[in-house]
Design a protein around this ligand. Structure first.
Ligand code: PLP
Length: 389
């Protein structure tokens, strides 16, 4: 059947041609080689610096075995939402463990961090409210803010004075402040102590997305936000350091109950699948029991910053496993990506609209699977790129 040529007229469909022209087109093309930091691209093996499986737990034998065990005992799917017949003992157990791990009274599971952010924010705000988020907050936070019926504004990245002024200008109404603890594209941190203080002074609810810090930071891998009791909604994800899929929000019992009843991402979604829940429980156990050598990983991250700086690359504002190598415009970022690929290394160029215009970069993501030699290979290739560019 031939479709009429104007079938998609007026729809946001068929934008690829224009995106290609603007060098922005995105395609899925890399096949991971499980258990290693390598991927295969058109038959070639590339050393990848793109995975968020920071601790290598996605292929950890203990985590894999737990996922298999839970699949055998509980099946592959939950069959219904939590409120119907999809609530298993393993959901309750994981929630209890996460609440204890983050020092909160309660926790609630979601199928994905995106779903959590997009549905929690509308569930706790109303028409007469105000929601304000950091200008570099993740797309899912933005989605949640836009879906909320509250008035929405963004404050300049990590600018506490501006946040303070916005909250003061808004007055006494119900206000929600949302930010990330460790920003996904720059690898820098939010000043959480100051944000808590400002939120407290204005009587605002505070939600912090700890997606990239969960499992990686904290004495027992509890993340960066757990240390701040003032944070009302603490979001963690399982798709990154936990090596599986899903998310949780840790909060008071009252907020959990609000979400169970009014959060569309909970009410209208099949409960997280048993294999993912089993994997997340095993990952949590590995993270909090000290099986993971966090100190060694942070040492490796610090050395990577040092080596990249020595090679002439400014890694600021990051001090984490997410390292932006800023290259300016899209063309430079793509040229560098392509040069590295010719040297057998994959570091994907991140371009607008994911990051602001003029700040296209390679996003380097370090994991437990990388060795000192992998780091040296990256540094050498980047240095050579600098020499030819
Ligand atoms: C800060 C942040 N929040 C939320 C998400 C979404 O999490 P998930 O992949 O579980 O949907 C991401 C994913 O990239 C993220 O970087």
């Amino acid at each position: 059947m031939t479709l009429p040529p104007d079938r998609f007229k007026g729809f946001r469909v068929g934008l690829e041609g224009r995106a290609e022209a603007a060098r922005l087109r995105r395609v899925e093309r890399y096949v991971p080689e499980p258990g290693t930091p390598f991927v295969v691209h058109e038959g070639r093996r590339l050393l990848s610096f793109c995975s968020n499986d920071y601790l290598g737990l996605a292929t950890d034998p203990g985590v894999v075995a737990a996922a298999v065990r839970v699949t055998e005992s509980h099946g592959t799917g939950s069959g219904a939402s939590r409120l119907v017949v999809g609530s298993f003992d393993i959901h309750d157990d994981l929630e209890r463990e996460l609440a204890a791990h983050t020092g909160r009274p309660a926790a609630l599971l979601f199928n994905a961090g995106f779903q959590a952010n997009a549905s929690i924010i509308p569930a706790v705000t109303s028409e007469d409210g105000f929601v304000v988020c950091d200008s570099k907050a993740h797309a899912s936070i933005l989605q949640g803010c836009r879906l909320s019926r509250a008035t929405f504004e963004r404050f300049p990245h990590n600018d506490i004075e501006q946040l303070d002024s916005l909250l003061a200008a808004h007055g006494e109404g119900p206000t929600l402040v949302v930010t990330e603890s460790l920003f996904s594209m720059d690898g820098d941190r939010a000043p959480l102590a100051e944000i808590c203080e400002v939120a407290d002074r204005h009587g605002a609810l505070l939600m912090v997305d700890d997606a990239h810090a969960t499992g990686v930071f904290g004495d027992r891998g509890e993340g960066l936000a757990a240390a701040y009791p003032r944070i009302d909604l603490l979001l963690g994800t399982f798709g990154k350091a936990f090596g599986s899929a899903g998310a949780f929000v840790a909060s008071s019992e009252l907020l959990r109950s609000q979400l169970v009843n009014f959060c569309s991402g909970v009410v209208f979604s099949t409960a997280p699948a048993p294999p993912a829940v089993g994997a997340a429980r095993a990952a949590l156990e590995a993270i909090r029991s000290g099986t993971i050598d966090h100190e060694c990983f942070h040492g490796f991250v610090a050395r990577a910053h040092e080596r990249l700086r020595e090679a002439g690359f400014d890694t600021s504002p990051s001090d984490s496993q997410i390292i932006p190598i800023r290259l300016g415009d899209d063309r430079a970022a793509l040229a560098c990506e392509s040069f590295l690929r010719s040297r057998g290394i994959l570091a994907i160029a991140i371009r607008p609209p994911t990051v602001p215009e003029g700040t296209a970069r390679l996003r380097i993501s370090l994991t437990h699977r990388h060795t000192g030699q992998h780091l040296e290979d990256l540094v050498e290739a980047l240095r050579d790129y600098r020499g030819v560019s």
